[in-house]
Design a protein. Sequence first.
Length: 510
Amino acid sequence: MPVFPRPYGSPHSRSLTLINLLKGPFHNIAEGRVLLLGCSLGALPQYINNLTNVTEIVTVIVPINKTKPDIDLDLKGMDVRSFDLILVMDYFEDIHWGPWSLQLLQHIIKPGGHLICTFANPLGVSYYLRRIKEKLLRATPTPDRRKITTHFYDSFPSFDSINAMFIKLGYIPLYRATRLSLFGGTFSFFFKLIEKLSLQGMKIWRDWGQQGVFVCRTPKDSHEEFPLAFSDNLDMVTAKHAEHFFREYLQLNEWLDTFPSFKLNTELSRPHQVQSITEPITNADSFVLSPHPDDELIGCGGMLLQQIKKGQQCTILQLTDGGAAAALHGVAGSVQRTIRFDEAKLVADSIKAELHCWPIAGSTLACTNESVAKLSSLLQARPYSHIFVPFINDSHPDHVIANHILAKALAQNPNILAPGANIYCYEVWSLAPANYICPIDEEMEEKCDLLMHYSTGMKAVNYIYHSKLNAAYHATKFQNANNYAEAFLKLEPTAYQQLVEAHISIGDLN
């Protein structure tokens, strides 16, 4: 039996909702490659098969008695940005990790392609009947609300929240309606009237409809995805980014009050006066300290791709197994210790980077003599001139400890790096007082594709959205002609060690 009740009405009557959209207001989008995905599809396959503009149909039907569809497996092997249209019916009711499932679908839709999907209403009668049944029969334990929940409808408690997630993921919503399908299509006029009233603000009808239908489009380019990031109205840009980076702004401004020498030439509140700071990448090898698998891509993935394309060598050190990720709560320990390393290997193999993984549990990293010696040994392998590490003001303890380990290794081995080497402090969960900007327009798409390998972390946090908005923000702030840029605090080794030592001293005083 499915985990979540189906909307009332037969699959045929529910599929007519989508067919009528394709016959009516969206008659021009059913073309090219089409993917049909669902636990039941009704009359959809037959209808799509008869359309002359459709060149290929891929159908994925999940058995209706499968209680937990796995979208990673259902979409496995499908080419990125390859479908013109995706139709999803009777699928999300049973899925887990809802935002991740929408990201996966977005990743295989072409730029400007469309997604049409149905959802059983999380505020509908069937939802509450299910909850009552669980409590009466104790069919499943009541979830601990203090812990992360994974069911689709735990993430999206209403149709409004589903629509908001589409927007946050970068989709462009085109149409939304509710279809009260208790009696199939018998009272279609009444259903249309209710839908019309709901669009006029009668939220009670919209929320209690048994089935929701959403039509979205993927952005054609980055300007369409982040319109404010490339606006000529810099006050609007600042306001928009201030909302997204509110905590990071506060955190960085507090840090700058403690270390005023890093304020450079301007305040962050006046980004239109900051000049772009760029320089050519020298022909030298790179070493990345990544506290958790995926940090290396989020913080400096675009710059690494540039260096690798020029024939330079890249070494990535994963300092912990990342097993403390939210998506791994309750997962067997053996899986926690290996799954994110497996993902890191996929990334390293894809970019032809040398990978080292330390068997340290996530959130337990410590600056010990052993860890310092191990890092020193790796740094001696070849002359590195680009060392990447998270900015020390990052809020995650593992990111701070990574700096302690690196600074101590450099202090014990003053000549371990290549002549003229620099430390590049990258951003993950904090803004850095940037003095080095690397435009990554050509690398952004590949960086996002590589981030999709880190599905474990992405199930809980949309790192692609985070990375793209960060990069769009920096490109706007520094007024170059680029769409995306990564920002770094670049320091020569001695200055870097002094900064870390100052942080440690302040921590001791506190």
